[in-house]
Design a protein. Structure first.
Length: 242
């Protein structure tokens, strides 16, 4: 296993039981909050490139499961197509396993999780059990008209191992409909029709927006008013002294 030690604030220590460097105390552990289309995925990719931490997107995991036709995928598919949230119990099952995978020792960015107060409460318990301390919950605050425009023009690579994001207006693939990175088809997600988008945004306002108050009370909130991903990256780097 290799780590980008230079980008990590503080000393790594060698865990003699596990025979590996343990960076838990020194790595970035963030939650990315924000409406669908706020740019959580883009920000996560930029931040993980800085310090070698991992992006954990429950949406990507679920889309991968739907494409692979697993039990989880079959259970989740209907909710996702309608733009509804998948039940908390399914999501917590995914996250409990994922957060214990070895790559999380490099730090992690939670993208699209938690999405409800019960998920946030369950996450607090899970992190306490795993002896992990969060650095911040970053709320990416983007005006609603920009979000709507972005979601309607967003396109995604259909390969579940890639899932690169494009935008027909601002960032189209070099060859129309083909992913620059892996050559698979670039498509409009089924939950990015106008109807599903307005449903997802209503669900966000009802179920997910209250997390901003939740993390504010915990003293973990970093709110960034942002129309560009760079502004968010700068704010996080400043806050965490990266
Ligand atoms: P995303 O790509 O994060 O917008 O997620 C796409 C869809 O996956 C959402 O509209 C939900 O149906 C489902 N999903 C992703 N993350 C969660 C979560 N934390 N809780 C419940 N449903 C989720």
């Amino acid at each position: 296993m290799s780590y980008n030690l230079s980008a990590v604030d503080g000393e790594a220590f060698y865990d003699t039981d596990k025979h590996e460097y343990n960076l838990q105390e020194n790595t970035m552990k963030l939650i990315l909050l924000g409406a669908p289309g706020a740019g959580k995925g883009t920000v996560a990719k930029l931040l993980t490139a800085i310090d070698g931490s991992v992006q954990i997107s429950t949406g990507d995991i679920l889309r991968g499961a739907v494409q692979a036709g697993t039990e989880l995928g079959k259970e989740a598919e209907g909710y996702m197509k309608r733009g509804d949230l998948v039940p908390d119990s399914l999501i917590m099952g995914i996250m409990e396993k994922r957060l214990q995978e070895p790559d999380c020792a490099k730090g992690f960015l939670l993208d699209g999780f938690p999405r409800t107060i019960p998920q946030a409460e369950a996450l607090t318990e899970l992190l306490a059990k795993l002896d992990i301390t969060l650095d911040k919950a970053v709320d990416i605050d983007v005006p609603k008209d920009i979000i709507l425009d972005r979601l309607c023009t967003r396109r995604t690579c259909e390969n579940s191992d890639c899932q690169s994001i494009y935008n027909v207006k601002s960032n189209p693939p070099k060859q129309e409909g083909i992913c620059d990175k892996c050559g698979s088809k670039v498509v409009q997600r089924e939950d990015e029709t106008e109807e599903a988008i307005s449903h997802r945004l209503a669900t966000y306002n009802e179920k997910t927006a209250p997390l901003i108050g939740f993390y504010e009370k915990e003293g973990l909130l970093l709110s960034v008013k942002a129309v560009s991903s760079d502004a968010v990256i700068d704010a996080v780097k400043k806050e965490l002294s990266l």
